[in-house]
Design a protein around this ligand. Sequence first.
Ligand code: B12
Length: 274
Amino acid sequence: MQCSIETVMAGLCGNVEGIRSALYDALTPLGFEVYPFKIGWYNAVLSSSLHLPYADDTLAVVVLSTPSMFERTFRPFLESGGCVSVNDPIDQSIRHYINNCVSQCFPGQEVNISYDYEMLPSRKPKFLAQTAAHVAGAAYYYQRADIAVNPWGEKKMFGVCIHPKLGGWFAIRALLVFPGVVVGEELQQRPPPDCVPSQESRVELLERFNLRWKDGSYRDIVPAAERYSQEQQTYFSTPPGQRMALLRQWGLFSGAGSGTQAGEPGSERGNFES
Ligand code: B12
């Protein structure tokens, strides 16, 4: 559904279902998934220094990219010459499509958009993407605490979200907050599917994600309905500083100058592309 001024006036885009379906209709064809949740669900699992500064009943939506995002938006974005700045091309593309979608679907409505790579002045991420995906019911966030007896001693082990249909073949890209939209009983929290239920498989998952993340095998911890194309895998396994050269080689980028690349000082994104 495209939200015209009439639909906004009619209240269709001021309620959860209107907002969810507008985003769903606009973003699903582009290879994204959207999951609404209440800010209170997110803040409930975090210490106050990490809280998002909104009332508990405020509507938020977490946006995931699926494997087809690469072909449905990234390639067309590059082919149309959309990649203009020195920042990470995937980030530019995603920002372009999500910003456009929000301004077309919700003209005149306040929507605060944060991207996964954006940091606060304190150097903390603007939002914890995995926590948001978990509380929204999108993808279970498997953490060290989900393992009763862990074999790693004091070693830091990062957690990872697993999607019931896509396994690890997705990324968490953005958080949309609708400060003016108060959510009531119509939105009920549902736990994300626990698709890695056994202790052994959870240990295996965290080991793959922490010790062998480069081989991508954590993504296949459950059978996935869709995976990244070979081209997309080649792109993401190329060090960020060499991706512009790869795009040039593929004929997808003709801009001059090497610019600052993702992962290099001065770029928006560190070296944690997904
Ligand atoms: C900083 C960062 C990194 C850093 C540090 C990693 C880290 N996790 O801290 C580095 C550079 C190492 C990194 C690397 C990678 N990263 Co990274 N990274 C991030 C980033 C930007 C922020 C993570 C962060 O700082 N979290 C802060 C810590 C403190 O949060 P936390 O550990 O989750 O702890 C909180 C929870 O436990 C919560 N909590 C407490 N109790 C409970 C209970 C419940 C039920 C819940 C839900 C939560 C909860 O409270 C804690 C805070 O107090 C996120 C994007 C984002 N905006 O979130 C991506 C992100 C986590 N990275 C991601 C990926 C894929 C990677 C890489 C594999 C990159 C790649 N090439 O593909 C690598 C490899 C990871 C590794 N094994 O080393 C993905 C993970 C996707 C997924 N399926 O989970 C993310 C979400 C990016 C994305 N766009 O999707 N990354």
